[in-house]
Design a protein around this ligand. Structure first.
Ligand SMILES: C[S@@+](CC[C@H](N)C(=O)[O-])C[C@H]1O[C@@H](n2cnc3c(N)ncnc32)[C@H](O)[C@@H]1O
Length: 213
């Protein structure tokens, strides 16, 4: 749980304002996927300031909650009117029962964690989402369609944040971790945003991943 310390009170306060224009289309797309799939209970793992949850609520998806470990980000979520919806909890070891939710969202979070933690958060999503539910990931991803300016902008932002965050980001990208975490899930849909530098993936949580002992 060491990866959350870099969210200073200042960063938490400006986060939504800085990201508003780049992310609004992505936030709306996530809400659209959830509406189309007809999900009831939704969990946003590593919800930060709760910005995605605000977009879900605007789309009349009211049964969504989030968890995060950063007090500064959570305080901003509470200032955003989400006190009852954003809880302090480690997403890699939540207290929710198996199959509690219809959908989980992990947005702009996996890339900044140690690989081991990111893997645990992903596994936690599989565990707490129902077998017929789905998992939505939004994160950086470069492929042949990604524009050079997109790659450059993402790398510049991550380098600016620096420290463990940047090291983890480089490892996440170089090792294609998302595809490794999701290799036993069925990909339903993929979209790209921000000059092709950000992906939105929708996976069915088919539960074939359960270990048979
Ligand atoms: C870049 S922010 C993204 C926030 C939000 N999901 C969004 O789309 O704007 C990454 C968030 O992951 C959170 N985080 C990192 N490790 C975590 C963990 N183990 N459990 C819960 N939250 C975590 C950080 O505190 C931070 O708020």
């Amino acid at each position: 749980m060491s990866s959350h310390n870099h969210y200073s009170p200042f960063l938490a306060r400006i986060y939504d304002k800085v990201l508003h224009i780049p992310v609004r289309k992505i936030r709306r797309s996530v809400a659209e996927v959830i509406l189309n799939e007809g999900a009831g209970k939704v969990i946003d793992l590593c919800c930060g300031t709760g910005n995605q949850i605000s977009y879900l609520r605007q789309a009349d998806i009211s049964n969504a909650i989030g968890v995060d470990v950063s007090e500064n980000m959570l305080k901003q979520a509470w200032r955003n009117g989400l006190k009852d919806f954003c809880l302090k909890m480690d997403a890699s070891a939540t207290t929710f029962d198996d199959s509690t939710f219809d959908a989980a969202i992990m947005s702009f979070s996996l890339h900044e964690m140690k690989a081991e933690t990111a893997h645990k958060v992903f596994d936690e999503a599989k565990r707490i989402v129902k077998a017929d539910g789905f998992i939505i990931v939004v994160d950086y991803s470069f492929d042949k369609h990604t524009r050079i300016a997109g790659r450059f902008a993402v790398k510049a932002v991550e380098k600016f944040v620096g420290g463990d965050h940047y090291r983890n980001f480089k490892y996440f990208m170089a090792n294609d971790l998302l595809n490794k975490f999701a290799e036993d899930l069925e990909l339903k849909e993929q979209k790209r945003f921000l000059m092709g530098a950000v992906g939105l993936w929708v996976f069915s949580n088919n539960h074939t991943w359960h270990q048979v002992i």
